[in-house]
Design a protein around this ligand. Sequence first.
Ligand SMILES: Cc1cc2nc3c(=O)[nH]c(=O)nc-3n(C[C@H](O)[C@H](O)[C@H](O)COP(=O)(O)OP(=O)(O)OC[C@H]3O[C@@H](n4cnc5c(N)ncnc54)[C@H](O)[C@@H]3O)c2cc1C
Length: 319
Amino acid sequence: MIYIIGEENRKRNNQLIMKARELANCMNDREIKLLFLGNKIIDTYKKYEVDEIILLKNSAYQMYYDNEKLVQTMIGLINEDDVDLILFPSNAQCRELAALLGARLDRALMTDCTNIWMQENECMGMKPSLDGTHFSICHFEGEKPYLAVVKNVESKVSAPGKKIEDIRVIEAKGSGSEDVHLICVERKEDAKKDIKDAEIIFAGGRGMLNEDSFLALRKLASLYHASIGGSRPVVDSGWASVDEQVGQTGSFVHPKVYLAFGISGAVQHIAGMKESQYIIAVNNQKDSPIFRYCDYGIYSDANSIVRNMINLLCQTGDK
Ligand SMILES: Cc1cc2nc3c(=O)[nH]c(=O)nc-3n(C[C@H](O)[C@H](O)[C@H](O)COP(=O)(O)OP(=O)(O)OC[C@H]3O[C@@H](n4cnc5c(N)ncnc54)[C@H](O)[C@@H]3O)c2cc1C
């Protein structure tokens, strides 16, 4: 049996299902179950090509997730099923959940897997190491289930089978953590959407030249209700946060429009944004590689374009 932890994004769920199907084919056609964590059934949980869909229901979910409770419920399920492998998507809750479950079960956990496969009956995984300059290939050992937090995996297998409508609901019970008690939940004022789900991204690179110009780019993005992204040097300089980095060691994004300001177009950056529907690049070097990947290229100073656009939008009152 293979468990997959689902999230709201269908594309990412389907990527994990394809990968699980590929692995299941090498494991005597093991069953695949898709587990959602939430407080109610929503339509996006339905119609996946798996053997069963389960909602691990946690009533307080909208406010707060109690991974301790979820872990206790999952251990109950794992004991009922003969589970070989659990695939987690790489989001904040699931990374924490995987670590907690691995510790409670005392089972092997591989994080940041960019690929996972079976080789001579061994389950293998690949992950970046040494600050992303190398890849490590590891294999799981010890008792099953093995746990893997998986990021941007690709599978050539399509997932034939019938789509499931019914969802089994299991209430996440248990005492939760004895040492940690929830007092209140406060939403961060600047809480933002996950860049991976953004429809429009304004991304800046070293060509923005300084933090003030990057702040201007942020303002422009907010005027368009868009998300902000950055290249690695911009994140290293502290102008953008780690979760805003686009590229091989950041997020893989696929917005409708990706606007790259002062980004050269290094392969590691392109890897993370090449699936964008339209790419618009602004760069002051005619032979910059980014111009080979964009749909529209503007050969100009990025900072003047940003400031002129802000002025124009503010003048017309189109905020
Ligand atoms: C293992 C590994 C993983 C990596 N992962 C990532 C990753 O996830 N994401 C990532 O982004 N990088 C990553 N990198 C780094 C990557 O190789 C590049 O160094 C980086 O993407 C370059 O960022 P940049 O385009 O902002 O800067 P630069 O390459 O310095 O480019 C700046 C660009 O701005 C232009 N410019 C300068 N001034 C102006 C101006 N006034 N107006 C307009 N344009 C201007 C220049 O012409 C130039 O094209 C990784 C590298 C390695 C080795």
